[in-house]
Ligand binder design. Structure first.
Ligand SMILES: [Zn+2]
Length: 106
């Protein structure tokens, strides 16, 4: 499956060239965009529940704060705290770690 839709968001490995460039520049495996598409570097990555959950958390953050407000605050936080310590990334990591934990318990 090259792509799927969930909660009004398209998840796909079919990436325009500028997304390929952006993701390789920052070494991202996946990228949530304000146009309701989540891009993945490969099918293997797209099939990882933890990565999908991480990106869905960013979708929720965008919906919660509004797209433009989210992008502004996300970039500000990235600049201030760095990528790993960005509170939006911490929240998304917590969401994906919960999935990993739930799967381990099954
Ligand atoms: Zn993230």
């Amino acid at each position: 499956m090259e792509s799927f839709s969930k909660d009004g968001v398209t998840h796909t490995v079919d990436r325009p060239f500028f997304i390929v460039w952006w993701m390789s520049y920052f070494d991202f495996r996946a990228l949530t965009t304000p146009w309701d598409v989540v891009y993945y570097a490969s099918l293997d990555v797209m099939n990882m529940d933890s990565v999908v959950k991480h990106e869905q958390c960013h979708v929720e953050q965008m919906r919660r704060e509004g797209k433009m407000t989210f992008l502004f605050r996300y970039c500000l936080a990235w600049y201030r705290y760095g990528y790993v310590n960005n509170p939006y990334e911490i929240e998304a990591r917590d969401a994906s770690e919960k999935i990993i934990k739930d799967n381990d318990e099954k």
